[in-house]
Write a new protein. Structure first.
Length: 312
């Protein structure tokens, strides 16, 4: 039996609740394939489209209705964890029942600790919410202290920080549920970012990259595999060029070299390779696999995907 953390991209879940309800039925099948093969599976997921939709709805309501308060961004993240988890756990439970596999499924609303002095807070980069003209954006910066940037000629948007995860607050609960053979859905959207202030945990407006949060989770639960799912079956260098080369296996040294050479796009494949590298070098016998959702089981069997492993 292998303990596997699977990091599922938020875009694979659709952009609306209706679309997501349909997509999770297909998402559940390869996840349950891993369970049926005898593995312990812990599922993480992104939430980009979903938290954006929630934030936009709340922001629009507060701007149009005088008595509607602003909804803080950490709370929007918590809402997205709840509704994505609700859809995922029901789809997985149904697929388990179809195959007559008795395994409980739980979603954990998860907080992830970040450092309030993380340099990312000085340079926010993640766009969220509405587009505004310059005058409105300037007013919001004055009134609310938001960071606003021009976004691809479409107007100005708020940007928030993307700090690195330090720890998972609910880790003891997650570990107990794994011991009880539950399929756990956790660190949704990278987790709700919080900072420690005395005894209190305080939410901050930020977005934690779900691949880095998944790598941290995989370290904590001492997983054998971290599977980071993407739109392609393998990682490539010279992607989209005539000399494109698909990669079966990478050592940490070669992975670092390709990162330094700029082969992986920021905001796309780069954080996946970086997170996979982080986990693969965090302890002995730890393997990170980057592949598509449909090929996850074949990847574990060594038939496809890009494996990052430290064999030194």
């Amino acid at each position: 039996m292998k303990k596997i953390v699977v990091a599922l991209g938020g875009n694979a879940l659709g952009k609306t609740p209706t679309e997501q309800l349909e997509l999770v039925k297909n998402t559940a099948k390869p996840i349950v394939d891993l369970v049926e093969a005898g593995n312990e599976v812990i599922l993480a997921h992104g939430n980009g489209p979903q938290v954006g939709m929630i934030n936009l709805a709340m922001q629009t309501a507060s701007e149009s209705e005088a008595n509607t308060p602003d909804m803080p961004f950490p709370e929007c993240g918590a809402m997205s964890q709840g509704y994505i988890g609700y859809h995922l756990q029901n789809a997985i439970r149904e697929e388990l029942a179809v195959r007559q596999i008795k395994r409980p499924v739980s979603t954990i609303i998860t907080q992830v600790i970040v450092d309030k002095n993380d340099p990312a807070f000085e340079h926010p980069t993640k766009p969220i919410g509405n587009f505004y003209d310059f005058e409105h954006a300037e007013s919001l910066m004055d009134q609310k202290g938001w960071h606003m940037v021009e976004d691809a000629g479409r107007g100005y948007r708020r940007v928030v920080a993307s700090p690195k995860p330090i720890d998972v607050v609910e880790k003891e609960t997650i570990l107990k549920l794994i011991e009880q053979e539950q399929i756990v859905i956790t660190v949704g959207g990278g987790g709700i970012p919080v900072v420690q202030e005395g005894y209190a945990l305080v939410g901050v407006p930020a977005v934690i990259d779900k691949d880095f949060a998944s790598a941290k989770l995989a370290e904590i639960v001492e997983a054998d595999y971290l599977i980071i799912l993407t739109a392609v079956d393998q990682v490539a260098i010279n992607f989209g060029k005539e000399n494109e080369e698909w990669l079966d296996k990478l050592s940490p040294e070669i992975a670092k070299k390709y990162i330094d050479q700029g082969h992986f796009a920021p905001g796309s494949m780069l954080p996946k390779v970086q997170a996979a590298l982080q986990f693969a070098t965090s302890g002995s016998n730890r393997k990170a696999l980057i592949t598509s959702l449909e090929k996850a089981k074949e990847g574990i069997e060594g038939k496809t995907g890009t494996l990052i492993v430290d064999e030194g």
